[in-house]
Write a protein that binds this ligand. Sequence first.
Ligand SMILES: [Zn+2]
Length: 265
Amino acid sequence: MNRILIASAFLLVSISAAFADEIPSAPPATAVVSPAPKAPAPKLVEPHLHIPRSNVVGHARVALTFDACMGQADERILSTLVRERIPATIFVTARWLKRNPAAVAVFLQNPDLFELENHGQNHIPAVDTPTLIYGIASAGSPQAVRQEVEGGAAAMVAAGIPAPHWFRGSTAKYDLSAIGEIRAMGYRIAGYSVNGDGGSLLGAVITEKRIASAKDGDVVISHVNQPTHAAGEGVAKALVDLKAKGTQFVRLEDVEDTGDDKTTE
Ligand SMILES: [Zn+2]
């Protein structure tokens, strides 16, 4: 009896830990504890972004956005985008650019497909007070937010990429003052409306289902930097699914995007 109880308890703990890992919007409690009792955690927002609907039955308009945070390029996704001629907006960090010159060359060879935008210098959340987000330390000051944004843009220009007009910070979370600072630097801030791959931690089947069910006017976020994760397989399949459904793919620069939390107006 005892052994059964212990085994059940262990199973429960395993399941909840795995679930917490896979769903970034429900981080473990330890990740949101403020670093010092005197400094309350800042109010963070995770802005939404939408594009104008096509309102044409059978031709939903969808903007695919991909984050290239750190690590390698996911060839399963990249090769599908190129082969199927599917346009997309890719958010790159300076760190990722440095490690993936071959993928950067593919982007630059296909300017009709790829809009490249700024995901920051070191993949540090653009929050101007000290806190932890999913265990990642925030920039922590307005100066550090500015450095993250400017450092990302400088690396892009140095790699031969046109100067970016959009910024998306690591974790896609911000405090409102950081949003104001980044807007004052001339950027729009890219939220999203469909979380396609749960931070690249979801399985292939659920990822494919989430992305393939994008509706008219949606902006999908997923990742192009985790070639060993199952999610990327689902992303690649969903691209083909969406194309087969007659989806009209646009990039953020192609349409009048509308974000909340003062991210675009
Ligand atoms: Zn990222």
